[in-house]
Design a protein around this ligand. Structure first.
Ligand code: ADP
Length: 324
């Protein structure tokens, strides 16, 4: 058999072992801040808080019952936008919605509520990864329960990005064995790609993200050359202050208002290997890679979930996977 195959499997096994001996707690930095939002907060106000703090998600707290009430993410704002589109005459009401109404909004527009899974911080990191893949969650809250009082504490939230970064930084001896080109291992999506142009409206792109259940849409020119990427988190500044009517603006306009410290988009070719992708993750804040050819034409897209899925599941037996 191909020596590259053998090395690749050895690398994958190494990373899996690593994830089994580390805990979710290990991923957390020594000191960090955690912004938790009260479920009674107006949705309109939550937007400003996220923007002011430079974050795109926050755990919710039900202060009446003293319990964790789920994670607020850009998907929730996209749901509010869909609600607004379906019931445009209710804009005054939309303005008065609180975070606790998010579940009612899901019901009203007919989307299935996301399963809120959490993990205990001291459980193996592997378990957090498996739960994220199973529920398609991009982030997972770490919840601890006090033995005596039974009260819940939200310790932190870890993302797919954090986990892959943790692997990239601490497990180079295994990631360096992953030398097969992404083309050969079929990493990412290459057919039926959702794209938009600079002249598409923000609302069109949001509808695409909902329809395809994706969190980013490449923005291409008429020759399919990649110009930019519109991400679900880009929706947040668009509706700041409850400006739902501004969603008819073009993608070009919306993207020109990105923060100055925007990290940019990351591309790779089909010849690139997972070891170099891990290198990119080690050095930069990557949330997905756009696969392009030599002419910058769009070929595919590799999401962090594609990478995590491959790293955890490739070559595993169905039976071994049941327990998670
Ligand atoms: P993540 O779950 O990491 O946030 P996405 O939700 O963007 O990633 O991607 C989910 C799946 O859809 C992945 O398998 C990815 O390859 C695929 N995908 C991502 N973006 C697009 C797109 N614009 N068109 C088609 N498929 C996509």
């Amino acid at each position: 058999s191909n020596p590259l195959d053998k090395e690749q499997m050895q690398g994958l096994r190494g990373v899996r072992e690593f994830l089994k001996v580390r805990t979710s707690y290990d991923v957390l930095p020594l000191s960090f801040r955690l912004i938790i939002l009260d479920n009674d907060l107006l949705i309109r106000k939550s937007l400003n808080i996220l923007i002011q703090n430079g974050i795109v998600s926050a755990p919710l707290w039900d202060s009446r019952n003293g319990t964790f009430a789920g994670l607020l993410t850009s998907t929730d704002y996209i749901n509010v936008i869909q609600y607004y589109c379906q019931f445009p005459h209710e804009i005054d009401q939309v303005d008065q919605f609180r975070l606790s109404s998010l579940r009612d909004i899901e019901r009203a527009i007919g989307v299935l509520p996301l399963e809120t899974v959490s993990v205990h911080p001291m459980r193996p990191l592997y378990e957090a990864c498996r739960r994220m893949l199973k529920t398609r969650a991009r982030r997972i809250p770490l919840i601890d329960t006090d033995d005596e009082t039974g009260r819940e504490t939200v310790v932190s939230v870890i993302t797919q990005y954090r986990i892959l970064k943790f692997i990239a930084v601490n497990n180079e001896q295994h990631t360096m064995l992953l030398k097969k080109p992404v083309r050969e291992i079929g990493l990412g999506t290459y057919t039926d790609l959702a794209t938009a142009t600079m002249n598409s409206s923000v609302l069109d792109v949001i509808h695409l993200m909902v329809k395809y259940n994706i969190s980013a849409v490449p923005i291409v020119d008429k020759d399919n050359r990649v110009l930019n990427l519109f991400e679900a988190v880009d929706v947040i500044p668009c509706i700041k202050g409850g400006a739902y009517d501004e969603l008819t603006a073009t993608v070009g306009d919306a993207l020109s208002q990105r923060a100055e410290d925007f990290a940019g988009i990351y591309t790779c070719s089909e010849e690139d290997r997972l070891d170099s992708i891990f290198e990119t993750i080690r050095k930069s804040r990557v949330h997905r890679l756009i696969v392009v050819d030599d002419d910058s034409r769009l070929k595919g897209i590799i999401s962090l979930s594609d990478i995590l899925k491959y790293v955890l599941l490739y070559g595993e037996e169905e039976d071994d996977l049941q327990e998670y």
